[in-house]
Design a binder for this molecule. Structure first.
Ligand code: KG4
Ligand code: ZN
Length: 351
């Protein structure tokens, strides 16, 4: 496909509970605006994301969010040359809002539109402030509320999955343990805060290694171990030991995530790690990766917090490249709630 002139790209992300829009400049990676309208308060009373509420909230928030992204960039739709949108995976009712808004806008304005993979977005977040040569090749650990996977990212568009979770995602484990400890939603930041001052060695929670593939993850046994311990301690015991429980759980997750990443570096020979996704906002996890990278001589790329949790900027960098390469989606573009990340996702760019 023939390359197209590089244009400013409007990016839209609505896969879960954040309505997000961003504008990427016509160099393909500079960020002109980044707006995230979070729904946390709407889901808080339920202790987790309620898909029906999420979809309705996206429908209400999508237009003002896009308008704010354009206003923050001091642009109008006349300045936009293409639209990038998260196609999946995620909550179907949430994805449909973003995808259909993007398609309608593209149709009305005669603009090209392209659907992107949410996990690729997380993986490419470092491209917001690095060149390709500074990012690839790398082992990418993507840890979020819906995903925990390791990839060998050889170059843009070329990602081999090395391992994935067989049950819960790491963020899901944080959210469930937060509930067990009587902490709020979202669980990750609440567990991290509760763990401050706790003893990470107070409880020895399991660090499971799945038998079939040592690079796969499993967090359900860890969650069950915490659940059993909270039952054993009773409400007063949990209250008294909350910091130790949170710190010990967090330490187990960090240990497992780091050990698998180290094994992936060993297997691929890569010298660089990308750590991204919502759980990569976790302080002790970031610190562990940075410290080990320094001690063992591998480079660690971790986006700033706001680009680890869901955002449209990461979708914009992935989309701008494809649009510039002449790739587009037609009217058949549809939301995909389950969609494995394709291994060779960018034939045109890597040809
Ligand atoms: O990437 P993300 O915003 O949405 C998904 O794609 O799932 O990730 C959200 C997940 C939630 O499970 C949340 O609890 C977790 O990221 N998270 C954290 C922290 N901040 C967010 N987990 C641990 N520590 C944190 N500081
Ligand atoms: Zn995400």
């Amino acid at each position: 496909m023939a390359p197209s002139p590089v244009v400013k790209v409007l990016a839209i992300e609505t896969s879960c509970d954040e309505t997000a829009a961003a504008v990427i400049g016509d160099d393909g990676h500079s960020l002109l605006s980044n707006v995230v309208e979070t729904q946390i308060a709407a889901h808080q009373p339920y202790g987790g994301v309620v898909p029906e509420i999420a979809g309705r909230r996206h429908a209400q928030a999508i237009r003002p969010t896009v308008e704010r992204a354009l206003a923050d960039a001091q642009l109008t739709l006349d300045d936009i040359g293409g639209i990038a949108v998260t196609r999946g995976p995620g909550l179907i009712g949430s994805l449909l809002v973003g995808v259909n808004f993007a398609k309608a806008l593209a149709w009305a304005r005669g603009l090209p539109v392209i659907g992107l993979h949410h996990i690729e977005g997380h993986m490419l977040a470092p491209l917001l402030d690095h060149t390709d040569d500074d990012v690839f090749p790398a082992v990418a650990l993507i840890v979020s509320g819906g995903h925990t996977s390791l990839f060998h990212a050889e170059r843009f568009g070329n990602y081999r999955r090395l391992g994935r979770t067989l049950d819960d995602a790491a963020g899901e484990a944080f959210d469930k343990v937060a509930r067990l400890l009587g902490l709020g939603y979202p669980g990750g930041p609440a567990v991290q805060r509760a763990a401050e001052g706790g003893n990470p060695a107070a409880f020895r929670f399991p660090r499971p290694v799945p038998e079939r593939n040592r690079l796969d993850f499993s967090f359900s046994g860890l969650k069950t171990a915490v659940s059993n311990m909270t039952r054993e301690l009773g409400p007063e015991g949990v209250e008294a030991r909350r910091a130790d429980l949170a710190a010990s759980f967090q330490a187990a997750v960090v240990d497992v995530l780091f050990a698998k990443t180290l094994a992936a570096l060993d297997e691929t020979g890569a010298k660089r790690v990308i750590l991204s996704g919502g759980v990569a906002a976790n302080g002790p996890l970031r610190n562990r990766f940075r410290a080990e990278g320094q001690a063992r001589g591998f480079e660690v790329l971790i986006p700033p917090h706001r680009f680890c949790t869901d955002n449209a900027a990461m979708i914009g960098v992935a989309g701008a490249r494809r649009l510039a390469a002449g790739l587009r989606d037609g009217n058949e573009l549809d939301a995909e709630s389950s969609w494995p990340l394709p291994e060779r996702y960018q034939e045109v760019l890597s040809a």
